[in-house]
Structures are given as structure tokens and as C-alpha cells.
Design a protein around this ligand. Structure first.
Ligand SMILES: *Cc1c(COP(=O)(O)O)cnc(C)c1O
Length: 432
């Protein structure tokens, strides 16, 4: 299987696409062809790992990693990904729980898969590959957890001092020796600028072999299609109906993975992307004009994206707004509506949802009568205990910590404080 840039550069292999992350012309990688499946192709696939093996095997055609697929998927799915029916009248609603991974959010799936692939391709104990991650909260934890203790790999997390929550900070700083956590005296943008500057610096690059585990890497996108495949197959076998998915959306990676799964023949009905007050995608669907904005801060902070980079993939894959409107819908949900949805979810479902997941439950509650006839699966992208300062005051009680977060919060956390300049970063990288 070859991978093409959305901007036309020459095709590369999977291994090269995984290593490079982004194409030489600045475009994003897409598989050159998409395999097509029949539902019966999955008859003997009993769990998500087996479904994922069938689904992803064609993507590894010609890859050095082809013989390791089973091991890579076993490392990816070290946790369950259940779909739970929700107690609503009519019983046509379930929730896909993507928050049982090591950092209790869906990014664990993509990060674990990418780590399993990259460490096999590039792991080198004498000269470790150094993954640089600038994070405003969630991504850094997922990447650190995924590469933690992997031989020949090192992760350097840069986060802005005082701008992440206490629990988030802990989650960025509690890993083993191959993860260096840097508390930068600056804002998230300073962290991002430092990563760029380090990667562009020839001396530092030759010393440290830098790479990134960016969310646009194809190695984070491909595995995300597997939980849509697994959930839709199980639902279809049980009910004979194709479920629709309602997907909290920021950079559009998770939503695009669902679009790919449906295009490959999985039994998936309608798709609704739900954004927060960042309306770039919603406006595009309405006006046909793609106008990236600077991002607005909302309660669903991991979705605060004003220029969703995966739209470039989606437009190349499907077409422009006039085509996309036929294939999916988009909503935009305000902070006020998110707060209300968290309260309603708690009252109706019997448990709290996180602010991101609440954009999906809000959207489900406001479907018209015809759409309510459809079976729907709300995608829960994070555990509410990660956002307890928002959720707990709304529901008036505390959210029990899941075991994965208890485990993380009980570990010692260590960070190195650095100034927001390249000299301080270079010293920290050298261990001074
Ligand atoms: C990253 C994230 C999202 C948005 O996912 P995209 O793939 O960027 O659209 C939604 N919810 C949570 C909790 C996230 O961490």
C-alpha cells in the first residue's frame, strides 16, 4: 500500500509515512487506495483486536511491520473499548467508551498504535529517537504513556507552567526515565515555537534524532477507524441496524477515521460531527467557504481548534462542502449547552459525561423526530474525572476516579522548569 500526500508529492510506503508524519510538500498522507470489506469478512473476528487485524492488514502491505501486526494491536488494545446501552426511552442510544486507556481519553488508542509502530521502526538504544511534544494538556499525557519504558525511544513533553490543571500536570510528569517533562515558563504557543525551533536546529537535531507524534500522523488516524468498525459490527449483528455515530470533533481526526471506516464497507449509518463554539467546520458546511479562525477557549478545551488540519484530508477524500453535506452533518454547541447537557446526562444516564462528550449528547437530544428513529452511538472521548473542576459543580457530587487515573495520580511526578528559549531546552535535553 502506498500513501499519497494531499498536495501531490510522490507516494511513500507506510513506514516512511509513519516516520515523516507530514509529507515533504507539507500535505497530509492518505492511503492511495481504500480496501473494501463485506460484513461477513469479520464473521470470525470476535474481539476488537481481531476486527482491527482484518481491517488494517491491507494498510501494512509492503511494510516492514507487516509480520508484527498482531503484536502491535495487542499493545494498542491493552484496555477494553465497550459500547454501553444508555437508559433512554425507546432504547436506541448507546455510548462508545473510548476512555479506558492509560490517560482516560481516546487519544490513547492512536498514540499507543503509533508508539508500537515507531519503536519497531526507529527504536535505537545507542541513539534514541526523541519525540518532542508541545501540549496544552491532553495530547502530551497520551504520548508519554504510549512511549513510556519503550527501549530506544525518548519523549520530551513541553507544557506551559500554570496553564494546565493539577491532574493534567500530574499526568504529564509521572512517567519513567525515558520521559522528560519540561515545565516551560511561558504559554502553549511558546512551547510549540520551542519544538519547531529545536527541530529546525541542525546541531540539536543531529544530537537527538527528533521526531513528533503529531495527531496528523497516519499512525494515529488508522487505528481510530478500528473502534468504529468493531462497535458498528457488534451493533449490526445484535440489531440488524446500522448505527449512526455522533462524534465530538476538534482537529477532525476521530471523525475522519469514522468516515474511512464507513467508506470501507462497515455497517455505519449517518455521521454527525459535533464541535464546540469553534464554528469553522459548521460555517464551512453552511457557506461553502473554508475560513480558518483563531481558536476560542471553551469548556471542551481539547476541541478548541480554529483550523482543523484534517479537513485537508477530508476534502481530498470526499470532496468540498456540497459533497460533505450529503455525507455527514455538523453541529456547534455552546458552553451553556455543554453545561446543561452534563446535568441532563447525569440525570438521565445515571453518570456524568465529560464536556467534550456532552457536545454529542446535546446534539442527540436535539435531533428531529425522524432522526430519532435511527439507532445512535454517542462517542465518549474522555472520562469526566479528567475535567472534574467543570463537571463536579454541575452535578453536585464528586466523580469517582477510574482505576487508570488513580494509578497515574498515585505515582510521583517530576518536572524540570525551563525558560522559554532554545538554550534552556538544549541544556535540559543534554541532562543539565
Ligand atoms: C482531541 C480530543 C477531541 C477531538 O478529537 P479530534 O480528533 O481532534 O477531532 C475530543 N475530545 C477529547 C477528549 C479529546 O482529547
Amino acid at each position: 500500500m502506498n500513501y499519497l500526500s494531499t498536495r501531490g508529492a510522490a507516494p511513500v510506503t507506510l513506514d516512511e509515512a509513519l516516520r515523516k508524519g507530514i509529507a515533504s510538500d507539507g500535505g497530509l498522507f492518505l492511503p492511495a487506495t481504500l480496501p473494501s470489506f463485506d460484513i461477513r469478512d469479520f464473521d470470525s473476528a470476535e474481539d476488537i483486536q481481531a476486527v482491527a487485524g482484518n481491517l488494517l492488514r491491507p494498510f501494512f502491505d509492503g511494510s516492514e511491520l507487516a509480520d508484527d501486526i498482531e503484536k502491535i494491536l495487542a499493545e494498542t488494545y491493552s484496555f477494553p473499548v465497550p459500547t454501553t446501552p444508555l437508559p433512554v426511552p425507546g432504547g436506541k442510544l448507546s455510548m462508545l467508551e473510548l476512555y479506558h486507556g492509560p490517560t482516560a481519553a481516546f487519544k490513547d488508542v492512536g498514540a499507543a498504535f503509533l508508539a508500537a509502530c515507531l519503536s519497531r521502526l526507529e527504536g535505537n538504544a545507542a541513539s534514541p529517537l526523541t519525540i518532542l511534544v508541545a501540549t496544552s494538556g491532553d495530547t502530551g499525557g497520551a504520548v508519554a504513556a504510549a512511549f513510556d519504558k519503550r527501549p530506544g525511544m525518548r519523549v520530551v513533553v513541553l507544557f506551559p507552567d500554570g496553564r494546565v490543571s493539577e491532574r493534567q500536570e500530574h499526568q504529564l510528569c509521572c512517567w519513567s526515565d525515558n520521559v522528560l517533562s519540561l515545565k516551560v515558563q511561558g504559554a502553549f504557543d511558546d512551547c510549540q515555537a520551542l519544538v519547531k525551533a529545536a527541530m529546525a536546529d541542525p546541531r540539536l537535531s543531529s544530537l537527538h534524532r527528533f521526531s513528533s507524534a503529531n495527531s496528523i500522523n497516519i499512525g494515529r488516524l488508522l487505528p481510530q477507524s478500528t473502534y468504529y468498525a468493531d462497535a458498528s459490527l457488534r451493533h449490526f449483528r445484535r440489531t440488524g441496524n446500522k448505527p449512526g455515530f455522533i462524534i465530538p470533533t476538534g482537529n477532525l481526526g476521530n471523525g475522519f477515521a469514522c468516515v474511512m471506516a464507513r467508506a470501507m464497507g462497515l455497517p455505519i449509518g449517518p455521521i454527525i460531527l459535533t464541535s464546540n463554539a469553534n464554528r469553522t467546520i459548521a460555517d464551512y458546511f453552511e457557506t461553502n467557504e473554508w475560513l480558518p479562525q483563531s481558536s476560542l477557549q471553551t469548556l471542551a478545551s481539547a476541541m478548541d481548534v480554529g483550523d482543523p488540519s484534517n479537513m485537508e484530508r477530508l476534502r481530498k477524500f470526499s470532496g468540498d462542502a456540497s459533497v460533505l453535506r450529503e455525507q455527514m452533518a455538523v453541529t456547534s454547541v455552546s458552553d451553556k449547552q455543554i453545561r446543561l447537557a452534563i446535568k441532563q446526562d447525569f440525570a438521565e444516564f445515571g453518570f456524568a459525561t465529560c464536556p467534550h462528550t456532552a457536545t454529542a449528547s446535546h446534539t442527540w437530544r436535539h435531533l428531529d423526530a425522524a432522526a430519532r428513529q435511527q439507532d445512535w452511538i454517542i462517542v465518549a472521548t474522555a472520562h469526566p474525572a479528567k475535567f472534574e473542576t467543570i463537571v463536579e459543580p454541575l452535578i453536585g457530587e464528586s466523580v469517582p476516579l477510574p482505576a487508570v487515573l488513580q494509578d497515574i495520580l498515585s505515582r510521583p511526578a517530576v518536572a524540570t522548569r525551563i525558560q522559554a528559549d532554545l538554550k534552556s531546552l538544549a541544556a535540559a535535553l543534554a541532562g543539565n
